[in-house]
Design a protein around this ligand. Structure first.
Ligand code: SF4
Length: 409
């Protein structure tokens, strides 16, 4: 990787990197253009902040030899909730209101309290601590993060605690490969010279569950390399294309985004103007015709299958291989072929391995043009390789249209 002459001025964070991975357009609006929006964020993020602040108070007071009772903590949470709540906070799931989410937060805190009381599992070293992570020797690539709680179990045995208010428990692969706490452990190792061991601990508050993991030095070295590669990709980015997904529901830039702005524009129009909108009418007609086309194709496919079965039966009964119409004929032949096991299956791996063992693999493999296309578009290989290959292929630009159903009217 050639980053010898590169000077990286930006201090990244895990959430900044994740934002780019989710949608590079959102990244540009948030971090490059620094666009201010009137939307205050989601109720899920709000709940997360209030729960974090309550747990921070719990441990901060403990560091000052003050133990809160559970009612003390719940009073604090309720007061924070009332003080910080604003009606412009987005509740995507309309079945629930602010009170429901507040009760959820209270349950998280109560469960946590009963599980860990008297909170003597380790010595608290820092709360909400900013940590700077150097990804390379020269300090060109830097990240910063905030550790919810750093504790020391015994001398040199550190624990990074992170509170999660996710609505789903993560799969074990997430814990094994999660970037955020692993990056923080690099920072802790840099900052505390007596580190002998770092344990990563996630508290999934909704599920009253503690999950832990560790990273080896070689895993951390690989993580640094991958994170530098991602930062380089961000700094090379020019198009910042939108990547619409279900996560758009929680995106504060939705009204500004080219993927959604038309929806917001027509939503505000009075009924007569709304129905006269050119785009709206074009989409309605396009979707109608596409639907009709789908139905007609399905009907035609079903009829073709029936006719083919009938023709095969007829030819076999009549002992003929060619059936004649007035202007066309249909020839029926026997076809046999070997069907290979599906891609990525164990059987397929065995087949490919056997072909390699007999030195025949190259004779039956073809260039995977779809894979090459995405590698070139994503600039996944070294610049000189991409440049050389780009001279041999043609970049075709055209518009593609996808029609899909809206969730609600
Ligand atoms: S609304 Fe969706 S596509 Fe648009 S910027 Fe936000 S995340 Fe990206």
């Amino acid at each position: 990787m050639g980053y010898g002459i590169h000077v990286c001025m930006t201090v990244y964070s895990h959430s900044r990197l994740s934002c780019f991975e989710q949608c590079s357009q959102k990244y540009k609006l948030q971090y490059v253009d620094k666009v201010e929006t009137e939307v205050e964020g989601s109720v899920e993020a709000f709940l997360g902040t209030q729960a974090h602040e309550t747990l921070e108070k719990l441990y901060k007071d403990l560091m000052h030899q003050k133990t809160n009772t559970l009612p003390d903590l719940l009073d604090f949470l309720r007061a924070q909730w009332a003080k910080n709540w604003s009606d412009s906070i987005v509740i995507v799931n309309k079945e629930y209101n602010s009170e429901n989410y507040q009760k959820m937060a209270e349950k998280y805190i109560s469960d946590y309290y009963y599980r860990y009381k008297p909170f003597d599992q380790g010595r608290t070293i820092a709360l909400e601590q900013r940590i700077l992570i150097n990804l390379d020797e020269s300090g060109e690539f830097k990240l910063q993060g905030f550790i919810d709680r750093l504790t020391e179990k015994k001398d040199g045995f550190y624990e990074i605690h992170d509170y999660k208010t996710n609505s789903r428990l993560p799969l074990p692969e997430y814990i094994k490969t999660d970037r955020q706490l692993a990056l923080y452990s690099i920072g802790v190792k840099n900052q505390y010279p007596d580190v002998a061991h770092v344990r990563l601990i996630w508290h999934f508050l909704k599920f009253d569950k503690e999950i832990d993991s560790t990273r080896t030095d070689s895993e951390l070295a690989l993580l640094k390399k991958d994170t530098i590669a991602l930062i380089e990709k961000i700094e090379r980015e020019e198009t910042f294309a939108a990547s619409p997904s279900f996560l758009c529901e929680w995106c504060e830039f939705k009204p500004l985004c080219r993927q959604w702005s038309h929806h917001y524009k027509i939503k505000e129009k009075p009924a007569n103007e709304y129905l006269a909108d050119t785009g709206l009418n074009l989409v309605n007609r396009y979707a109608e015709i596409k639907n009709k086309q789908k139905l007609v194709n399905m009907e035609l496919d079903a009829e073709i299958t029936k006719l083919e079965e009938a023709l095969v039966l007829f030819s076999s009964k009549e002992h003929i291989d060619c059936v004649f119409g007035t202007q066309n004929k249909v020839r029926i032949t026997d076809s046999i072929r070997y069907v290979c096991p599906p891609k990525n299956s164990k059987e397929r791996q065995r087949l490919e391995q056997t072909l390699r063992e007999y030195g025949k693999y190259d004779l039956v493999t073809a260039l995977d043009t779809a894979a090459l296309n995405s590698i070139l578009l994503e600039r996944e290989w070294e610049t000189d390789v991409v440049t050389a290959l780009e001279k041999l292929v043609q970049l075709e630009k055209k518009k593609r249209l996808y029609v899909s159903k809206l969730k609600e009217k």
